[in-house]
Design a protein around this ligand. Structure first.
Ligand SMILES: *Cc1c(COP(=O)(O)O)cnc(C)c1O
Length: 403
C-alpha cells in the first residue's frame, strides 16, 4: 500500500489477540476500496508516479512494490499472517514446500558445510540432499529423529544446520524440539523444523527454540488440496538471507495461491481439531483389529513418545500409519478394497487419503534408505480428512476384510 494511505479502523487492532484471531485477521491491510475479504492482486509488476518515484523504490529509499518476484500485497498478507501465527519476526512464501527447503539450505549453507537431517523426513527432502545439494559440496548425514545422544554424536566442526520433521512422515515420530535446539546452539548450529504435519495451530517450533520453521502450505494450510506452496519463517537476520535467495532465484509464491492459503488459514484451527478427533478415533479402532500389526499415532498411549507429544503439541495430528499382516501384496489389497477414501499421496485435505509409502512417496529411495527410515512394505498411511468418521471406519474395514 502506498505510504500516504492509512486504513485506520478499517483494519483490526490485533494487539494481544490469540492464535485463532491471528489466523483469521493477521496480515490484512485494506485498500481504499475497503474490501472485507483479502484482495487478490494478480499483477506481475507495479507502476510508478514519476521516474524519480521508480528510482526511489528500486533503491529501497521508499517502501512499495516493484515486481511480484520481490513483493506482492496478497503474498505479503499471507507471509505476515504466518509470521504472526508462528511467532516469527518475518516469513517468506515459496512456490512449494520443497522450494522452501531448498531456499533454507541455499541461503544459510555453503559448499563444505555439514548438515544433519533426521532420517525420517519426506522422501523428496532426502532426494534433494542426496542427488543435488551434495553435488555442490554440502555434506549430509542422517540421524534417528528421536535420539538426542545420536544428534550430539553426529556433529562435526563444520556442522551448520540441523533439519528435522517433527512429527515425521509417515511414522509420526517426534523429537524434543527444545532439547534439540539447545544441543544445536551449544555447537553453534541452527535448527530448522518442517512443521507441515502440525501447522502452527498445533505446534510453534520457534517458541520451543528452533531458528527456522517451514511448511508445505500445499497440505493443511490450504486444507482442500487446491494449490501448491510453501513458507519459511524465523528471525530477521536469517530471513534476510532467505528472502534474498528467493527474490533472486525466483521460486516465489503466486498471488492466487497466497489468496487460497489466506482463506485456508482462516479455518485452520477448527479443521485441525476435527481432523485430529477423527484420527484419534480411527487409530484406537485400528489398534484393536486383527490383521493390523502396529499403529503409528502419537495420540495412542502405546506410542513411545506419547508423553512428549502431549507436552510439545496441542493435539496429535491427523496422519495415522499402520502395518498390516503380510507384505506389499496385502497392503495393496487393503488399499484397493477401499471405496470412499482417495488413493493418493497428498495429505492435509478434507478428503481422506490412503497411500503405500514404500512404492509412492518413498519409492525413489533405495531399499537401504527406506529401511533406515523405517518404511516397511506392509505399511499403509492414512491422512484423515473431514468425512463422517463412521464412513471412514467402514471403508477401512473393507480393507481389513481384503487382507
Ligand atoms: C509435502 C511435504 C513437503 C513438500 O512440499 P511440496 O509442497 O509438495 O513441495 C515437505 N515436507 C513434508 C513433511 C511434506 O509433507
Amino acid at each position: 500500500m502506498s505510504q500516504e494511505w492509512d486504513a485506520g479502523r478499517l483494519d483490526s487492532d490485533l494487539e494481544g489477540v490469540g492464535l485463532e484471531t491471528l489466523a483469521v485477521r493477521a496480515g490484512q491491510h485494506r485498500s481504499p476500496e475497503a474490501e472485507h475479504s483479502e484482495a487478490l492482486y494478480l499483477t506481475s509488476s507495479y507502476v510508478f508516479r514519476t521516474a524519480a518515484d521508480a528510482a526511489a523504490r528500486f533503491a529501497g529509499e521508499v517502501p512499495g512494490n516493484v515486481y511480484s518476484r520481490y513483493t506482492n500485497p496478497t503474498v505479503r498478507a499471507f507471509e505476515e499472517r504466518i509470521a504472526a501465527m508462528e511467532g516469527a519476526e518475518q516469513a517468506v512464501a515459496t512456490s512449494t514446500g520443497m522450494s522452501a527447503i531448498l531456499s533454507i539450505v541455499m541461503s544459510l549453507c555453503s559448499g563444505g558445510d555439514h548438515v544433519l537431517v533426521s532420517r525420517s523426513v519426506f522422501g523428496s527432502t532426502i532426494s534433494l540432499f542426496e542427488k543435488y545439494l551434495k553435488r555442490f559440496g554440502v555434506e549430509v548425514d542422517y540421524v534417528p529423529l528421536s535420539d538426542l545422544d545420536a544428534w550430539s554424536a553426529a556433529f562435526k566442526p563444520n556442522t551448520k544446520l540441523l533439519f528435522v520433521e517433527s512429527p515425521s512422515n509417515p511414522l509420526a515420530e517426534l523429537v524434543d524440539i527444545a532439547a534439540l535446539a539447545e544441543i544445536a546452539h551449544s555447537k553453534g548450529a541452527l535448527l530448522a523444523v518442517d512443521n507441515c504435519f502440525c501447522t502452527p495451530a498445533l505446534q510453534q517450533p520457534l517458541k520451543l527454540g528452533a531458528d527456522i520453521v517451514m511448511h508445505s502450505a500445499t497440505k493443511y494450510i490450504d486444507g482442500q488440496g487446491r494449490s501448491m506452496g510453501g513458507v519459511v519463517a524465523g528471525r530477521g537476520e536469517l530471513m534476510k538471507e532467505i528472502v534474498g535467495f528467493l527474490r533472486t532465484a525466483g521460486p516465489t509464491l503466486s498471488p492466487f495461491n497466497a489468496w487460497v492459503f489466506l482463506k485456508g488459514l482462516e479455518t485452520l484451527s477448527v479443521r485441525m481439531q476435527a481432523h485430529c478427533a477423527r484420527a484419534q478415533q480411527l487409530a484406537q479402532w485400528l489398534e484393536q483389529q486383527p490383521g493390523v500389526e502396529r499403529v503409528y499415532y502419537a495420540g495412542l498411549p502405546s506410542h513411545p513418545q506419547h508423553e512428549l507429544a502431549k507436552r510439545q503439541q496441542s493435539a496429535f495430528g491427523a496422519v495415522v500409519s499402520f502395518e498390516v499382516a503380510g507384505g506389499k501384496e496385502a497392503a495393496w489389497r487393503f488399499i484397493d478394497a477401499t471405496r470412499v477414501i482417495s488413493i493418493t499421496t497428498n495429505l492435509g485435505d478434507t478428503k481422506t487419503t490412503i497411500a503405500h509409502p514404500a512404492t509412492t512417496s518413498h519409492g525413489r529411495l533405495s531399499p537401504q534408505e527406506r529401511a533406515n527410515a523405517g518404511i516397511g512394505d506392509n505399511l499403509i498411511r492414512v491422512a484423515v480428512g473431514l468425512e463422517d468418521v463412521l464412513d471412514l471406519q467402514a471403508d477401512l474395514a473393507r480393507g481389513l476384510a481384503a487382507l
